[in-house]
Write a protein that binds this ligand. Structure first.
Ligand code: SIN
Length: 305
């Protein structure tokens, strides 16, 4: 009998497998397909203070080994999330959920965090300073260590729950940003968000995505994400959540060896909505194959010796 439990900032997860924000809605949509309580948990769609319609369409471009999205933080706004989405989720998820929070100013991040922090279902606040698809928000904070730290410190002041900051790979020095966030009071780091990319339609000779560029994710980014998780794990003393191109139980174990305490599955949910269930089901056999009894014992294992 293997042990798949991990501790993420003081909350025990049955397993480290989480669905990533923006690929799992508010959870109840996937609960129509399978019992989502079998997951460690998931991070819900990035939520802002006001409702957002999102970016013009087309918002998606297919790529080899992944896809580009430019959704633009479409969401119903924090009040509707609390009044309508979370009660629907409560009917099908009987564990804590991660709240993903977007913003265009420090005060917006603070206000959305304050409201979601007050929700019993919310276990962690995931502060998204890395959305590449909006102007003047998201990544504008996540590509500058001081700006990212300012957001974290301000949210930390009002939050009672663990604050996890979601970082962008579109930077030259991920370590300095992670360290600044830890110093500002972050309880954990999640990474990576999507990589800025684009595609051009040969028939129209114009960018496929209306916003010209968007965030690239999918299996192709896995080695980049793994490298950044490895680097950040070495540089901070807070838990790391690994995200980027994960689509199998083997990928989860590789991320954990690099230093991830939990692992989010993103784009793969859009290709196969059952993928998180399959990964959780496959984990024990893959652990047995590689002689792993206790998943938490392998976190950062690739750094030893
Ligand atoms: C989006 O809504 O544009 C995607 C969210 C993100 O990349 O953080």
């Amino acid at each position: 009998m293997v042990n798949t439990k991990v501790d993420l900032c003081g909350i025990t997860l049955d397993n480290p497998v989480m669905a990533a924000s923006g690929t799992f809605g508010y959870g109840y949509e996937f609960a129509e397909l399978y019992d989502i309580n079998m997951l460690g948990t998931f991070s819900f769609k990035g939520t802002t203070l006001e409702p957002r319609f999102g970016n013009p369409t087309p918002r998606i471009a297919e790529c080899r080994e992944g896809l580009i999205n430019s959704i633009g933080l479409q969401n119903p706004g924090v009040d509707k999330v609390i009044e309508e989405e979370l009660p629907k989720l409560a009917k099908c998820l009987h564990k804590k959920v991660m709240a993903n929070i977007g913003g265009f100013s420090v005060s917006e991040y603070v206000e959305v965090s304050r409201r979601l922090d007050g929700c019993e279902q919310v276990g962690w606040l995931e502060i998204n300073v890395s959305c590449p698809n909006v102007h003047g928000g998201g990544i504008a904070f996540g590509t500058d260590a001081a700006a990212a730290a300012e957001v974290v410190a301000a949210v930390r002041e009002v939050a009672t729950k663990p604050v996890i900051v979601k970082l962008s790979p579109n930077v030259t020095d991920i370590v300095s940003i992670a360290r600044a966030c830890e110093k500002a009071g972050a309880d954990g780091i999640s990474l990576i968000n999507t990589m800025l990319g684009m595609r051009i339609d040969l028939k129209t000779k114009r960018p496929i995505v209306a916003n010209t560029m968007g965030g690239f994710s999918g299996p192709a980014v896995f080695p980049v994400a793994l490298r950044m998780v490895y680097q950040v794990f070495e540089s901070v003393d807070i838990p790391v959540v690994g995200i980027g191109g994960v689509s199998s139980a083997e990928d989860v174990i590789e991320m954990m060896l690099a230093g991830a305490t939990a692992v989010q599955v993103g784009a793969a949910n859009l290709v196969n909505p059952y993928v998180c269930r399959e990964i959780v089901e496959d984990l024990p056999a893959v652990m047995n194959k590689y002689g792993i009894d206790d998943l938490s014992s392998i976190i950062g294992g690739a750094h030893n010796g």
